[in-house]
Write a protein of this length. Structure first.
Length: 326
């Protein structure tokens, strides 16, 4: 009989899907690594499980402990599933710009959710970075995950996502494109792929209001680049240790409006019901098309599921209010 011992056994081995109508102007073959097939509906399930298992192995996470993490929602979901199976409590600290659906989903799987303001500096005690670190200190038998600097994040993608992409493309992949937030996905996958073929190009999708693109190009951390933005799950106002800038060949920035509009396009043109970062990635590929040729095999990673954005990017009233559609 073929079955998983528990829900964690279904993480990984997600399908690769050809992008058709929305790739007509893109030279080469565009394939999507469709990560919503993970049980928590996002690529973050991979690193959530590895971060927990590595912390168990070295004693940072003890039986009956409380897992505490600042999350934009998806890592929290992956951690919550593992916490249920393994018998831990889960506290998710989330910023108030994230969709209501993300908060509701985290509570639905038994997590305690603490909501923090978005428009504060990372070192402000009210920020979700500071709040999650403080709660970990105040809570007995707690472990603070810190996905931004936790090496198990990139390691998970080096050990699973990268090899899957290499195998599914029979080693023909020429470009890998992904949104960059904590940096674990792009750095782990990029490291593995470049070890197989150093000529593979790794492209990061950034957003306006984030520091990544300018820092990569100039080495300058420019605080003037930082301001509030709507796009969820990509971009940062800090430099996470998991972003390996040496592995990334370049970034392109996508506007909030383009990310939202292209999220809807993916659903209506391809039947891809995906999250906001997928819209940003798809628009970014169009911005990068001069870098591709007819023989290329471009793999884009689609991080999460559209169910988390029904009240936002899939809601025409919200889209009109934001000025994204007429």
């Amino acid at each position: 009989m073929d079955y998983a011992e528990n829900i964690l056994g279904t993480i990984g081995n997600t399908p690769m899907v050809k992008v058709n109508k929305l790739a007509e102007e893109i030279p080469g073959l565009l394939l999507a690594k469709y990560e919503t097939f993970n049980p928590g509906n996002s690529t973050k399930d991979r690193m959530a499980l590895m971060m927990i298992e590595d912390a168990e192995a070295d004693g940072r996470l003890k039986p009956g402990g409380t897992i505490i993490e600042g999350t934009s929602g998806n890592t929290g979901m992956g951690l919550a599933l593992a916490a249920i199976v393994k018998g831990y409590k889960m506290v998710c600290v989330i910023s108030d710009k994230q969709s209501k659906e993300k908060v509701d989903i985290l509570r639905a799987v038994g997590s305690e959710v603490v909501v923090c303001p978005t428009d504060v500096a990372p070192d402000d005690p009210r920020s979700y970075y500071s709040t999650s670190a403080r709660l970990a200190k105040e809570t007995p038998n707690a472990w603070y995950v810190n996905q931004y600097d936790n090496p198990s994040n990139a390691k998970a993608h080096y050990q699973s996502t990268g090899p899957e992409i290499w195998k599914q493309t029979e080693g023909k992949v020429t470009h890998f494109v992904a949104g960059v937030g904590t940096g674990g996905t792009i750095s782990g996958v990029g490291k593995y792929l470049k070890e197989q073929n150093p000529d593979i190009k790794i492209w990061g999708i950034d957003t306006y209001g984030s520091v990544f693109k300018k820092y990569h190009e100039t080495g300058i951390f420019d605080e003037d680049e930082i301001y509030s933005y709507v796009t969820e799950g990509i971009g940062e106002d800090i430099l996470p240790k998991n972003v390996d800038f040496d592995i990334i060949d370049g970034f392109t920035k996508v506007t909030d409006k383009d990310a939202a509009v292209w999220t809807q396009k993916l659903a209506k043109a391809e039947g891809f019901f995906l999250g906001n970062s997928a819209g940003a990635a798809m628009k970014g590929i169009h911005q990068l098309k001069e870098h591709f040729n007819e023989d290329d095999v471009i793999v884009v990673l689609f991080h999460d599921h559209g169910s988390r954005y029904v009240g936002k990017m899939y809601n025409d009233e919200w889209m009109k209010k934001m000025g994204y559609i007429e």
